[in-house]
Design a protein around this ligand. Sequence first.
Ligand SMILES: [Fe+2]
Length: 346
Amino acid sequence: MIFEQVATGGCQSYLVGCADTCAAALIDPEVSQINRYLALAAREGLRIRFLIDTHTHADHFSATRRLSQQLGVPTVMHRTSPSPLVDMRVDDGEMVALGKLRLRVLHTPGHTGDSMCLVAEDRVFTGDTLLIGATGRTDLPGGDPQALFDSLFQRVLKLDPALRVYPAHDYKGRSHSTIGDELRDNPRLQVREREAFVAMMRSLDLGMPTHITEALRTNMSGGKTVSEMLAEAAASVPFMSLEELNSRVTAGDTELIILDVRERDAYEQGHIEGARLLPRGQLELRVNEELPDPTRRILACCEFGRISTLAAATLQQMGFQRSVALDGGMKAWREAGYAVRTGKSP
Ligand SMILES: [Fe+2]
């Protein structure tokens, strides 16, 4: 077995491959690590054949959909996954074949209804069912402490104690433990009576994961995250620095059109000299009357430099090939001490 573990913050993902046939699967890939996974697979001489999520993640952005489109290979989840974009639905007792290697599915609901563990030779990928020194939480959508009790004590903890445990999360930088270690040391697993275990899980007072609504939205629908939208826009437009813009404004550059895409009140409270107001929400509809010449050089600015990136990308798509975004926003402009004007748009 060829095996690579990739940590992203507290999230763990795994590249697992068959040494004989070079067929591999990615387990719980995260969207910011796509280039790393592909580079690791190339370095190890592996061909990724399956993209597997052990469950519907609420705390990070799954890369399975994006990689599936890029590589043309199926996404794999448990049969009960709510996502309409699962290509291969698997169920308890089935196996995913990677050349001569087999990933055996254990359906282990509890953290979510669609949680599964995958057993491969000497190790088990436990998703968020069993963590090192903890268990997955049961207070997020689909969570059920009764089901988690059964999944742990009837299924996972009955596996060979020597099996290595590779979870979907570890916040302390540990790579793995074993079933035997967890049975002995995991404090939550010392509570072996059902009602006491359920009461303990219900009494955990955990904060909501950051980005939970965005993670559930994108993981369940295959849609894009806000940062992906911004990264795509940033990859398609040039930027101008605050310093460069300031020197052009002070030199009286009349060639450059500065387009302030914030709302009117923000504009009137302080804008760059000569900037025109065209709020982002009205951009497409008013662009023809405001910017009749598509050959002009246009710089979009906003408060933080994000909406202006989207606006500049939209202008590029509409044929304004010389549209650029300010590298930074009006907040940074003011903090740099550059001049602002107040009042209405010319
Ligand atoms: Fe999770």
